[in-house]
Design a protein around this ligand. Sequence first.
Ligand code: F0G
Length: 361
Amino acid sequence: DDFEGRGVWRYSAALPFEMGVSLPEGDTPLHHVPRLEEEIGIERLRVKHEGMNPTGSFKDRGMTVGVRVAEELGVDRLACASTGNTSAALAAYGARGGMPTLVLLPAGKVAAGKIAQAALHDARILEVDGNFDDCLDIVQDLAARGEVYLLNSLNPFRLEGQKTIGLEILEEFHADHGTYPDRIVLPVGNAGNTSALYKCFRELVQSGALDADDVPKLTGVQAEGAAPMVEAIEEGNDEVRRWPDVETIATAIRIGNPVNAPKALPGIRQTGGTAVSVTDEAITDAQRSLASEGVGVEPASATSIAGLRKLREQGVVDDDEQVVCLTTGHLLKDPDAAFAAGNKPESVPNDTEAILDHIAE
Ligand code: F0G
């Protein structure tokens, strides 16, 4: 295969196969953002931009493994519930693997770019009159009845692929700076990525490749209107209470029942990390800050920067820390949010002199 040994598959020793259904995925940039680093006031800040994957989110790392498993099993139909990105990735990887896909979306709550992807990659799109958590309940019922093969992050093979985010961060950060990051800050929805990173670190420590002291503190960020994980961390609960009503501009993480919480909560606690919630306004500010350094992300992704800002202000993050923030999805995923947060187009006459006058104003 052309893409063998590339991106995610460079780490095949840590994966269940030598090769998957690949577009290819992984090998995303670790950006230097000097102005944000200075403003937030920490020793070192890097941004791992997962929006640079083939369908524009980190979900591709999971799907390349998950869809390969589906191929091995010979299933008839792939399915997921989604706030948008999982459905876009599943549609593309299903198409690549030649398997039909079914996606369940919360009606009216999925960003335009994501639905466009699912549509063109030929997924059958069901818009459910309910939220994401309802969609996930239903698709689990369908899977239990043998109707579909489930490719949400409840599927453990997806998380195997997503471990490679951690492998890439540690490898590249160490190559550049001779140390490992003290902390990794990431958006949390279903907490699949948090679980995957924790598994990555545990395996590295168990194999002797990483010192237990060098494991980065896993730090999760949620939107204030959808923050059940933050509630559990703040209250010291072992179980996460399901929030029936959730709302946030960061529709990707508009989730009230993080199904991977049993795996993610220990990850946050054992690594000495924490969880924090941020307002929609802080999310938009962070999205603009990243954009002003050339890094275009969707709102959910900007929560990592918004969360780091808040934790720094609270003194939870020290000024001598080296931090990697994960940005999970591309700006173009949510064009409406970008229009709302950014400059408005100005209409001008079809005339050079008039345009000169206009821009001189
Ligand atoms: N960021 C983005 C852009 C996402 O799309 C998601 C999840 C997350 C963060 C949260 O990741 O669930 O591993 O904690 N999106 C899912 C979807 C739910 O359907 O696309 P998590």
